[in-house]
Design a protein around this ligand. Sequence first.
Ligand code: B1M
Length: 229
Amino acid sequence: MGLLEQLYQSVIDADEQLAAELTEEALKMHEPEAILDRALRPAMDMVGEEYERGVRYIPEMLLSADAMKSAVDRLRPRLTITKVVSKGVIVIGTVEGDLHDIGINLVAMMLEGTGFEVHRLGVDVPADGFVTAVREKQPDILGMSALLTSTMPAMSKVIDALKKADLRERVKVLIGGAPVSEEYAREIGADGYARDAGAAVRVTKALLTDSTAPFGPARRALSETDAEQ
Ligand code: B1M
């Protein structure tokens, strides 16, 4: 079994220590992004599939998440090594009712690694928590994550709350998470959507270089495909 395959298996087996060790080993020959894409993400996908099929239960899913986190912790120094002067301020969090934070933490790490100042609000953040953070930190971008179909509408509530607080035009809104789509982002009036952490960096950069966003031309930066051009 190859190293990345062993790492994939260690996350599925929820072996936290082995996952950390194998990640250290893998970093000697692979880029962190490759480790994420070829071992860690697929392992969590498999864990989710097994949960859906009823062959894995929540406590096991949680233990695999811990193994994934210990692996991601080993990647962190390599993902943030290029940190330079702040390119912009971002406030980021998982919406109300949602406790998933592995993906958003990766997004935060990648943004920090590219030189952005990131304020993490954590999980289960109510709409007024986002609004307060926008008022206090005055970020360029507000990032929201949702992993559950049932918590996606909370993103729309945050945008409504920003409008009510007269803050919507002061910040650009980026959303992401497995069930979220570009179509949904357009539907709720977000400025950007990113499929993964790499795309989040590209879309963030695109949103910040478009001085007339949000609303009109910001839509050009809505998807990572657009942002890549
Ligand atoms: Co949950 N869970 N979970 N879970 N869980 C999913 C999401 C699920 C798809 C599993 C399944 O059924 N196949 C399913 C959701 C179904 C749905 O609604 N569509 C599900 C469910 C049902 C639940 C519970 C309801 C189970 C229950 O209690 N009955 C419950 C809900 C708890 C709650 O939130 N209120 C629950 C609980 C949990 C755990 C606590 C056990 C644990 C989370 C631990 C943690 O995060 N600290 C957990 C886990 C681990 C998962 C899976 C297996 C893995 C998620 C993950 O970390 N993926 C997940 C199945 C899956 O995703 N395949 C599942 C790896 C991560 C790197 O990817 O999070 O997608 P991801 O992030 C990516 C992109 O989405 C994107 O970039 C990230 C990095 O590339 N992205 C952004 C994310 N946020 C972004 C923001 C951006 C831009 C990009 O801009 C701001």
